[in-house]
Design a protein around this ligand. Structure first.
Ligand code: DAH
Length: 340
C-alpha cells in the first residue's frame, strides 16, 4: 500500500491540464467518491494495525497534495476554452474601462481658454521657431535689451536671427501684421528659455497671451476683464491688485496679483505670508508696437496680458516641482483623472 501511495504522489505531482474541463476530469479521477484516493481509503481497512498510523498519515498527505495540485490546475486553466487557447476570462465584464487623463497643463489651459472665450476672445497660433523681429524688435525691445541675451534666448547656431520664442507675445505681432482691429485673441503655446532645469525653472514652459485692440480700449477694460478672469479661475471672492511694472511692449505696464486662494489672503507659505500671489503681466499696448505692426496708433488702442500656465497650475494643484510636468510619470498624471 505504501508503494501505491508513493506512486500516486509522483503521478499527481506531474499532472497537467490544458483547460478547465481537463482539470475537472482529474478531480473526478483522483478525488471523487469513486476516485483513486477514496479507493485507497477503502483498502485502509486491511492495513495491519501496527502500520495504520504511518499509512494513515501518508494517505492524508496524498489527499492534500491532490487537492492542492488540482485546485492550482483549475486556477491556471480558468477562462481557457476547450482547446486551451488564451487565459482570458471571456465572460468578464469589460467595465469600467480605464480612461486616460488630460495633462494638468492642458486642464488648466482649457479652463483659461474657456473663460476668455466667453468674453469673445478667439484662439491664435504662431510658430515656436521664430525670428528676432516677431519675438523682440516688433515688440519694442531695444537692441541691447537683456532678454535677447544668450542666457535667455535659444539661438539657431547658423542663423542668429532664428530663435526659439521666449514668450507668446510674438503671436501678438504675427496677428497684428495680418489683421486690422478689432482684434481679440488668446494665444496659448510653448516657450523656451535657456535656464538650468530645476524644481523651480525649466528650459521650456507654457504661456497664454491675450490681446485686445480696438477703438477706445482703456486700462479700465483691462482691469475689469482680469478681475472677472481671476474670479472665474480662483473663486468669486478672489481680489486682484495691479502693481506698476515695466515691459517694452506695454505702457503703462503692470503685474497682477490675486489674493491667495490657499489662505484667503491671511498669509501662508504659498504666498510667503503676503496674502498675494503674482500671476500675470499686462498693460496697454505701446503705440510704438501698434505702429510697428501696421496698426494706426492714432486711431486704435489696445491692452495685452501674458501668464505662465505652469505657474497657475502650481497655484491650483500645488505641484511643487516643475519637472513633474514633463516627466510623464503615470502616478503623477493619474492624480488628474477626476479633473476636467
Ligand atoms: N511676455 C511677458 C513675459 O514673458 C509676459 C507679458 C507681460 C505679456 C505683459 C504681455 C504683457 O502681453 O502685456 O514675461
Amino acid at each position: 500500500m505504501l508503494e501505491k501511495i508513493e506512486q500516486l504522489m509522483q503521478e499527481i505531482a506531474a499532472l497537467h491540464a490544458k483547460n478547465a474541463q481537463e482539470a475537472e476530469a482529474l478531480r473526478i479521477k483522483y478525488l471523487s467518491k469513486k476516485g483513486e484516493i477514496s479507493q485507497l481509503m477503502n483498502d485502509f481497512r486491511s492495513v495491519p494495525a501496527e502500520l495504520k498510523k504511518e499509512v494513515g498519515m501518508k494517505v492524508n498527505e496524498l489527499k492534500n497534495l491532490a487537492q492542492e495540485k488540482i485546485n492550482a490546475l483549475k486556477e491556471g486553466a480558468a477562462g481557457t476554452d476547450a482547446t486551451g487557447a488564451g487565459s482570458v476570462d471571456l465572460t468578464r465584464t469589460p467595465y469600467p474601462i480605464q480612461l486616460g487623463s488630460r495633462h494638468p497643463l492642458t486642464i488648466v489651459k482649457n479652463e483659461i481658454v474657456d473663460i476668455f472665450s466667453r468674453l469673445g476672445f478667439t484662439l491664435a497660433e504662431g510658430p515656436e521657431v521664430e525670428d528676432d523681429w516677431h519675438v523682440y524688435s516688433s515688440l519694442n525691445f531695444a537692441d541691447d535689451h537683456p532678454a535677447r541675451d544668450m542666457q535667455d534666448t535659444f539661438f539657431v547656431e547658423s542663423h542668429p536671427d532664428i530663435i526659439l520664442r521666449s514668450h507668446t507675445s510674438s503671436v501678438q505681432s504675427r496677428v497684428m501684421e495680418k489683421t486690422q482691429p478689432p482684434i481679440r485673441i488668446l494665444c496659448p503655446g510653448r516657450v523656451y528659455r535657456n535656464e538650468a532645469v530645476s524644481a523651480r525653472a525649466h528650459c521650456f514652459f507654457h504661456q497664454i497671451e491675450g490681446l485686445y485692440v480696438d477703438k477706445n480700449v482703456s486700462f479700465t477694460d483691462l482691469k475689469q476683464v482680469l478681475l472677472l478672469f481671476a474670479q472665474e479661475l480662483f473663486g468669486p471672492d478672489t481680489k486682484i491688485r495691479l502693481r506698476p511694472s515695466y515691459f517694452p511692449f506695454t505702457e503703462p505696464s503692470a503685474e497682477m496679483d490675486v489674493s491667495c486662494s490657499i489662505c484667503g489672503g491671511k498669509g501662508c507659505s504659498m504666498c510667503k505670508g503676503s496674502g498675494w500671489l503674482e500671476i500675470l503681466g499686462c498693460g496697454m499696448v505701446d503705440p510704438a508696437v501698434l505702429d510697428a505692426n501696421g496698426i494706426d496708433s492714432s486711431v486704435y488702442t489696445g491692452y495685452a496680458f501674458g501668464m505662465g500656465i505652469e505657474r497657475i497650475t502650481n497655484l491650483k494643484y500645488q505641484v511643487k516641482d516643475l519637472r513633474m510636468f514633463s516627466e510623464n510619470d503615470v502616478r503623477f498624471l493619474d492624480e488628474f483623472t477626476s479633473a476636467r
